[in-house]
Design a protein around this ligand. Structure first.
Ligand code: NAP
Length: 487
């Protein structure tokens, strides 16, 4: 369908948590014309795409959900992918968002038309025009494939963790897993149950703490449903428990040493072999990279049909992997649990403002104001933009605060009947100077490589403090921070 003729008030790209939450806000504001453009054929974002065996969230369900769309009957403390996916589809149905969604609309470009003060959005299906453009495309949505010599020559089956092919039967197969991050530690324990042989190629070990997961009892679910305040109290308790981690991560990284003892003890308890212990023990302070939670990763590595290889990969051939030590490991299939473009997201190349593309504006590292507006890009808003990621708690909290801020900005622009709204460059610069100086004192800057950082070392993914500070700063909307222009 080509919709160029009809100018939308707002176009939102993406229908994960961010896009759906924004859609609800637009409905509440009474926005007449808005569309949500989705590249796939269903809503759900991350929780639609990451459906590999064992996929689950490592933030508790009662916190990893919209504050205004509670679910009293979460089945367990940490939600599984199918339950989260169903929850997201439920949001879209309950809030009647489906009529606003156009599926199979993969974003090709978004270009600001200076003369008309409109965003022209081109997708695989057609062109759209909008007064405001909101990117709800996710922080970890673009799969990153490993850049290993010969990777394209492999003749067996390959999967990225976020593009699982369930039609491929892994039973009895020889499988290589490249990566040992949050996705790999969930996949491997499931894989060893099915595959013939599993070889895990780990480049850097991660700190892992026990996963204190359990199903909620019927009594608890009933309390959450029927006792006023019980669910909210539970959510609040989880929120503050996670928030306390900021003390170590940002304020006093030395406190993380104590936390590290839990992870060290976890290794000691689950891994008896001294060589394996050494291989899985990181050499950086816990928290510098994302802390993982698992009870079955170390046992899976010790399964009879599993082997951990830490030699490094020299090349991939038609039949398997050649390690840096010269060993050849032939396999039938390879799982790339190699993560996402967290920084330098390819989508930044698709967005062209009046003067340049987002990728050009961000060549020294992504920057925005409160992760939401970007100087030089009028009427463009981001959800989960630069420095809004978290190492300690639920992203859904941040998404909700950003959506509330965008609501205020759209209302402010409408109130003044303005054609454009953009953050002032000086405001964005001052904000980022302070933000970066705070991050320098954090655990993330204590000497490790991570996807939190741009390739120049600047930490562009994370918010440098408590999430209630983000709540406070986004709700303290200051009109002076933005410039409005009339038609
Ligand atoms: P990731 O944490 O970035 O891990 C990618 C892994 O692939 C790392 O072990 C990395 O090694 C390795 N790797 C990448 N390129 C490689 C190469 N060329 N050769 C060898 N190894 C290579 O990605 P992820 O596991 O998909 O997780 C990403 C994020 O998604 C998580 O941190 C989390 O925020 C989110 N996530 C959450 C959950 C959950 O809630 N349970 C589950 C999955 C994902 P290096 O470490 O050496 O770079």
């Amino acid at each position: 369908m080509n919709s160029t003729h009809q100018v939308q008030d707002v176009i939102v790209v993406g229908t994960g948590f961010a896009g759906l939450c924004m859609g609800i806000a637009l409905k509440q504001m009474g926005t007449e014309q808005f569309l949500l453009l989705e590249r796939a054929n269903e809503v759900g974002g991350t929780w639609r795409d990451n459906e590999y065996p064992g996929a689950a969230c490592d933030v508790p369900s009662h916190l990893y959900s919209l504050s205004f769309f509670p679910k009293a009957d979460w089945s367990r403390k940490y939600p599984t992918q199918p339950e989260l996916y169903a929850y997201l589809k439920g949001i879209a149905t309950e809030h009647q968002l489906y009529p606003h969604i156009r599926f199979n609309e993969n974003l090709i470009s978004a270009t600001y038309l200076e003369g008309q003060k409109l965003w022209q959005v081109t997708t695989t299906q057609g062109k759209y025009l909008a007064r405001s453009l909101i990117m709800g495309t996710g922080g970890l949505a673009e799969p990153k494939l490993p850049e290993i010599p010969g990777v394209e020559s492999f003749e067996g089956k390959t999967f990225h963790s976020a593009r699982w092919d369930h039609s491929y039967d892994l039973a009895g197969k020889r499988v290589a897993v490249i990566g040992s991050g949050a996705s790999a530690i969930q996949i491997v324990p499931e894989l060893v149950k099915q595959a013939g042989e599993v070889t895990v190629f780990q480049r850097t070990p991660n700190w892992i703490i026990p996963r204190l997961d359990r199903p909620y009892t019927r009594l608890e679910k009933a309390l959450f449903k029927y006792v006023p305040g019980a669910r909210r109290l539970h959510r609040t308790r989880i929120y503050w428990g996670h928030e306390a981690r900021v003390m170590g991560m940002v304020i006093h990284p030395a406190l993380m040493q104590a936390f590290q003892k839990i992870a060290e003890f976890h290794i000691k308890r689950q891994v008896k072999d001294q060589v394996l212990r050494q291989q899985v023990t990181p050499d950086y302070l816990i928290g510098c990279r994302r802390i993982l939670i698992s009870n079955n990763w170390y046992p899976a590595l010790q399964a009879n049909n599993c082997r951990l290889n830490t030699d490094g990969i020299r090349a991939i051939t038609a039949t398997g992997i050649v390690t840096a030590a010269g060993e050849t490991v032939d396999v039938d299939a390879m799982v790339f649990a190699t993560g996402f473009y967290a920084t330098e997201n390819p989508i930044a190349h698709c967005v062209t403002g009046p003067n340049n593309t987002l990728a050009e504006a961000w060549q020294d590292g992504e920057e925005a104001y409160l992760g939401t507006t970007i100087a030089g890009f009028p009427n463009l808003y981001m959800i989960i933009g630069p420095n809004t990621g978290l190492g300690h708690t639920s992203m859904i909290f941040m998404i909700e605060q950003q959506v509330k801020l965008i609501k205020k900005l759209l209302a402010h622009k409408a109130e003044h009947n303005a054609a454009t709204l953009a953050v002032k460059p000086s405001v964005q610069q001052a904000f980022n100077r302070k933000l970066q100086s705070r991050l320098q004192r954090s655990v993330w800057a204590t000497g490790c490589d991570s996807w939190y950082k741009h390739r120049n070392g600047k930490i562009t993914a994370l918010w440098p403090g408590f999430t209630f500070e983000f709540w406070w700063r986004t709700q303290q909307f200051n009109a002076q921070d933005y410039e409005l222009n009339s038609y």
